[in-house]
Design a binder for this molecule. Structure first.
Ligand code: SF4
Ligand code: SF4
Length: 140
């Protein structure tokens, strides 16, 4: 699991609503061809999903609050037995910081990926996919 990184940290956990417990990000394979990018477009068709590239690596970000984050005081309800990944999470990597994320690429919507693919691969991706499928049928 990966946590997103920002550049500097100016806010204490006491002042925070537990932002780092409201999502998780997982590394995904680096897309190589049009089909790989189209798979990412599919991820982005889903609610509360974003995809970003940072330091050359790609991640899928799932916005989903941990069920143990208290909405009353924003503390961890299982603090003493919280998972290792939570224990290892350093304040240096904290999200709640002024400044920008170090994203190389950040997609928050499938339409953004569609536009990106049009520029990267040219033509209309749906037309290209149709042609590809027709091509496969002809071979059979
Ligand atoms: S580490 Fe950052 S995001 Fe997490 S609770 Fe502390 S201030 Fe908030
Ligand atoms: S287990 Fe606790 S520290 Fe870990 S994500 Fe959930 S609320 Fe946050």
């Amino acid at each position: 699991m990966a946590k997103q990184k920002k550049k500097q940290n100016k806010v204490s956990c006491e002042e925070c609503t537990g932002l780092c417990c409201r999502y998780f990000a997982l590394p995904i394979e680096t897309p190589e061809d049009e089909e790989d990018y189209d798979d990412i477009r599919w991820y982005l068709c889903h609610k509360d999903i974003t995809v970003f590239k940072e330091d050359g690596d790609w991640y899928i970000n799932i916005k989903n609050k941990c069920k143990y984050l208290s909405e009353e005081d924003y503390r961890c309800e299982i603090y003493k037995k919280r998972p290792k990944i939570c224990r290892d999470y350093s304040r240096k990597e904290c999200d709640l910081i002024e400044g920008e994320y170090d994203y190389e690429l950040h997609f928050t919507d499938d339409k953004q990926m569609e536009e990106y693919m049009k520029i990267k691969f040219g033509n209309n991706i749906n037309e290209k996919k149709k042609l590809k499928r027709k091509g496969k049928k002809r071979k059979k």
